[in-house]
Design a protein around this ligand. Structure first.
Ligand SMILES: Nc1nc2c(c(=O)[nH]1)N[C@H]1C(S)=C(S)[C@@H](COP(=O)(O)OP(=O)(O)OC[C@H]3O[C@@H](n4cnc5c(N)ncnc54)[C@H](O)[C@@H]3O)O[C@H]1N2
Ligand code: MOO
Length: 402
């Protein structure tokens, strides 16, 4: 069977997903969630002309020629206000965040003022009109769009929304993802590891990636390499937006995923992609639920997740920007000509002393090596049949989520 080009596989996967419905949740629970509507300011910030410094509110024209003496007629602390109108020759003691008293138009900082024995002040240095004042609404105004639809909320967004008194936010529902590892050799992390056994690290690798991206994981555990076990496990796949299997995707006698799930309602869209690692990827629908059958080798599973699962999750969450970030980086080491599969090489990007993004690929690209995966912060992408390249050449990289 011919291998499907990565771009075609990506397009077919993306077509299989649509944005989920939304829910309204308290702001403080919304970190990492994706906005389902534009979020609008419920008030104006600052709500009034406010002082940006501790000092004295004055009329600019009174202090055009300094030094000049003014009479202090009251105080305007933050949270309070000075109720009267200020006239020529007068000043009001004001503190950062205080409401600018009516009649004043400028704040002189206290460092430029001398307090006279009779309580009057001497302004030593002039300040231009409007100096040290935050104008009403200079941050945002009631009705402004503060965050667009389809944006992943950070603490910075949440701070902004809080200032605008947005206490509840509409966000897309978390995608629910069922995860099923397969293999007689696997045990759950923390269990006793018997002879011939390994820990199902992929269950942790993928479930935490999904959670990090804003999804919810239904961990179905480990199916054994027999038809009965897979069937029983597959029956538990319900009420999820995506079903992921790990391992058993290739051609070995124990690679049962396609065969058994096929009998249980899996309709395969495609199997095998022209990529490395990750060739045996399966995509289809299992009883109307989109299904990704990831290869068992950890780097293969993770690369497939970075290239295909992230976009799928982002589409489900209604994100404006879908998939991992791509950049161009300056290669640090030579690379040989590539074979027929698009190669996603574990690598590290960093800025050099001239501020240029550089990339160095890991020496070993063995798809079973988790240490190399853990040390990587990007995947350098080599197109099928790309010619050999030398240090200094530019290469596209996919930035891994951090
Ligand atoms: N004759 C061929 N053999 C293989 C081919 C091929 O085209 N012809 N493809 C190879 C490629 S490429 C890959 S990738 C692997 C993927 O195979 P499977 O998806 O069937 O994965 P398994 O055989 O089940 O496991 C492979 C490897 O990964 C380990 N594994 C599996 N699950 C987990 C897990 N949850 N956590 C950690 N490690 C896991 C498993 O023990 C194996 O070592 O097939 C090649 N073979
Ligand atoms: O392509 Mo497999 O995914 O080489 O390891």
């Amino acid at each position: 069977m011919a291998l499907l080009p990565v771009q075609d596989a990506l397009e077919r996967i993306c077509k299989g997903f649509a944005a989920l419905e939304s829910e309204v949740i308290p702001l403080v629970q919304a970190l990492g969630r994706t906005t389902a509507e534009p979020l609008i300011a419920r008030l104006t910030q600052p709500p009034f002309d406010a002082s940006a410094m501790d000092g004295y509110a004055v009329l600019a024209r009174d202090i055009a020629d300094c030094p000049v003496e003014l009479t202090v007629i009251g105080e305007a602390p933050a949270g309070g206000g000075f109720g009267e109108t200020v006239g020529t020759g007068e000043a009001v003691r004001i503190f950062t965040g205080g409401v600018l008293p009516v009649g004043t138009d400028t704040v002189v900082i206290q460092e430029n003022v001398e307090i006279l024995p009779d309580g009057r002040i001497r302004v030593l240095e002039t300040a231009s009109l409007g100096k040290n004042i935050r104008k009403q609404g200079n941050d945002f105004a009631e009705g402004d769009v503060l965050v667009e639809k389809g944006v992943r909320l950070t603490s910075r967004h949440l701070g902004l929304l809080a200032a605008a008194n947005v206490a509840y936010v509409p966000v897309s529902r978390k995608p629910r993802v069922a995860l099923l590892a397969t293999g007689d050799e696997l045990v759950t992390v923390g269990d006793t590891v018997g002879p011939n056994q390994i820990v199902s690290s992929n269950s942790v690798l993928l479930s935490t990636l999904i959670m990090e991206q804003g999804g919810e994981v239904v961990d179905l555990g480990i199916a054994r390499d027999n038809e009965e076990s897979l069937r029983v496990m597959a029956d538990q796949v319900k009420d999820v937006d995506l079903f992921i299997t790990i391992g058993g995707a290739s051609v070995g006698d124990h690679d049962l995923v396609q065969k058994v799930l096929g009998e249980e309602g899996l309709e395969v869209d495609f199997w095998k992609v022209a990529m490395r690692p990750g060739k045996p990827l399966i995509f289809g629908k299992f009883r109307d639920i989109p299904m990704l059958g990831l290869p068992g080798n950890p780097a293969s599973a993770y690369v497939c997740a970075a290239v295909f699962l992230l976009p799928a999750l982002h589409i489900l969450m209604g994100r404006q920007s879908v998939g991992a970030e791509h950049q161009l980086a300056r290669l640090k080491n030579p690379l040989p000509a590539n074979g027929p599969r698009q190669h996603y090489m574990r690598a590290r990007v960093e800025f050099d002393d001239q501020g240029r993004l550089t990339v160095k690929t890991a020496t070993s690209q063995d798809s079973a090596k988790l240490s190399t995966l853990s040390g990587a912060n990007c995947l350098a992408i080599r197109a099928p049949h790309a010619p050999e390249i030398a240090p200094g050449d530019m290469v596209p990289v996919l930035i891994l989520p951090s």
